[in-house]
Design a protein around this ligand. Structure first.
Ligand SMILES: Nc1ncnc2c1ncn2[C@@H]1O[C@H](COP(=O)(O)OP(=O)(O)OP(=O)(O)O)[C@@H](O)[C@H]1O
Ligand SMILES: [Mg+2]
Length: 282
């Protein structure tokens, strides 16, 4: 599939951010497999790696590129009239399943130079010819993440809730998102490694949060391991695995494949960062 041009008709993408309050719990795995699953359904998809200091998307897919979001930001500042986001995207293609990646910066130094306004502009306006833009975020309520959560259509809020501190962090994160006044339908609770042996039941988490899980992904270390070792999304690395099937079901929810449930539809941004922006006038 060729990179669509910026001359395409202006319209908004469905933006799905993959976020958590704890590191290392599967955000990147989820972001990659959502992107692959949506592409498999025939949608135009871009996966933006916004874990700016320690992005893993290219590593997990065994790809490399010198073109990154940092370069895109520089080009937008230096040559706004000549800027083409397609020059900074990398294509992943396997057996006709194709999606594009906006890679994270190569150097930690570049992460410090991030201009939130420009990154927001890239995500909301320059990538808007994609049907879906999936954002792989890190685990902080940083200014960049708040801006990205604001512009997201849905927040795929992930947790691996296997012991008390994890439960505490998941609850604090959820309460914080609610305090930012996002519509509850914008926040989709996703439990990862949900069937692993643990002391805390998913139903206890739901009772504590007062909200059911949108989806539960099973624990499947061999398949994830194979996926990372071969640089392929799960649908290729482990097509018959329970985790692949579960990702297929999650993609079906986001595309409203069965015509039921809460599909990923466009909503008004708003939120905490929007409030701050208005307050400070930027
Ligand atoms: N469903 C799963 N079953 C088994 N192992 C998993 C599953 N999901 C994630 N993992 C394991 O967790 C590790 C971390 O996953 P991943 O890199 O996607 O997390 P992350 O939240 O993006 O981390 P970071 O916060 O560092 O960006 C993977 O390398 C894998 O070993
Ligand atoms: Mg990650």
């Amino acid at each position: 599939m060729a990179v669509a041009t910026q001359n395409s008709i202006e319209r908004g993408s469905v933006i799905i951010s993959v976020f958590s309050t704890t590191p290392g719990i599967g955000k990147t795995i989820i972001a990659i497999n959502l992107a692959a699953g949506l592409a498999h359904e025939g949608y135009k998809v871009c996966l933006a790696d916004l874990d700016l200091q320690f992005g893993d998307v290219l590593n997990y897919l065994k790809l490399s590129s010198v073109n990154t979001v940092a370069g895109a930001q520089r080009a937008m500042l230096d040559h706004p009239d000549k800027f083409r986001i397609g020059d900074f995207l990398m294509e992943y293609n396997h057996s006709g399943v194709s999606f594009f990646i906006l890679p994270a910066p190569l150097y930690v130094y570049d992460a410090y130079q991030t201009d939130i306004q420009i990154v927001s502009d890239i995500i909301t306006h320059r990538l808007n010819y994609f049907d879906y833009v999936v954002l792989d975020l890190n685990s902080m309520f940083s200014a960049l993440n708040l801006a990205m959560l604001d512009v997201s259509t849905v927040i795929n809020y992930v947790g691996v809730i296997d012991f008390l501190p994890a439960l505490k962090n998941y609850k604090i994160g959820y309460d914080t998102l609610i305090r930012f006044e996002y519509e509850e339908s914008k926040i989709r609770l996703v439990e990862n490694r949900a069937d692993s042996q643990k002391l805390i039941e998913g139903s206890d988490v739901e009772r504590l949060l007062g909200e059911p899980f949108y989806h539960r992904l099973p624990n499947d270390y061999p398949s994830v391991n194979k996926s990372i070792n071969t640089g392929q999304p799960l649908m290729f690395a482990a097509p018959d695995s329970k985790l692949t099937k579960s990702f297929d079901a999650l993609v079906g929810l986001y595309t409203n494949r069965q015509g039921t449930g809460k599909p990923a539809t466009l909503t008004d941004g708003g939120g905490f960062f929007g409030g701050i922006k208005k307050f400070f006038g930027f």
